[in-house]
Design a protein around this ligand. Structure first.
Ligand SMILES: C[S@@+](CC[C@H](N)C(=O)[O-])C[C@H]1O[C@@H](n2cnc3c(N)ncnc32)[C@H](O)[C@@H]1O
Length: 205
């Protein structure tokens, strides 16, 4: 069987979204899943990352098999599954909407991806539970105070080991411990951590 990456790249760019949806069994879906009442105020509803942005992000952040990729706001797990199939990385996701978290688990089970998993809950509360991550991905799930809390938690992770943070449509506030990796690529920005902070506990308790 051809490796997944080869198969995907053989598809014309304009046909890749539909190809992935068919391959993942998401094409029978009547449009995008509804966002439910569990989406907290100020948080962004589900919209999948494009295949194009995922390919650029993997290249720019140099995501590899040894990485632990964390999708904060993983939706139905389409990006998580793609990143795992394209790179071999272990993938952890956090999703606040129970119906979407269940869909993400179902997708990983259907594709038999044992190294793709989902934590259900608010990413601002659970970042310390995904502290094994080496690459953190945020497709604009939230901003404001929630994003500030996630950045505090990620600074603690970065005090232990270097991490990359990949943001789509989400400019980060300046952080002394984060360096933009290049000028950015339109909607995508990749940041790398530098160790400027002492070893902090993972939780504030
Ligand atoms: C724009 S979608 C991105 C989906 C996915 N990351 C992707 O790339 O295809 C944002 C997702 O973040 C989720 N989300 C929003 N606020 C959240 C929060 N506080 N904690 C966890 N997930 C959240 C939404 O339910 C939605 O599924």
């Amino acid at each position: 069987m051809r490796p997944f990456r080869e198969e995907l790249l053989a598809v014309a760019p304009a046909a890749r979204e539909a190809w992935v949806d068919r391959r993942f069994g998401l094409d029978g879906h009547d449009g995008l899943p509804d966002d439910g009442p569990a989406l907290p105020a100020g948080c962004v509803p589900y919209l999948p990352s494009s295949v194009d942005v995922i390919l650029r992000m993997i290249a720019e952040a140099d995501v590899r098999e040894a990485d632990v990729f964390v999708d904060l706001g993983m939706g139905i797990g389409r990006t998580a599954a793609l990143v795992h199939l394209l790179t071999g990385a272990t993938v952890l996701g956090v999703e606040v909407q129970p119906a979407l978290a269940a869909a993400a688990r179902a997708l990983a089970a259907r594709l038999e991806l044992a190294r793709v998993s989902c934590l259900e809950g608010d990413a601002a509360e659970l970042t310390h539970r995904v502290a094994d991550g080496t690459v953190f991905y945020l497709y604009c799930p939230f901003g404001g105070e929630r994003l500030a809390r996630v950045l505090v938690a990620l600074e603690r992770v970065a005090a232990r080991r270097p991490i990359r943070i990949c943001c789509v449509d989400l400019p980060l506030p300046p952080c002394v411990w984060l360096v933009p990796d290049g000028p950015g690529d339109g909607d995508l920005a990749v940041y790398r951590s530098r160790a400027v902070v002492p070893d902090l506990p993972l939780t504030s308790a």
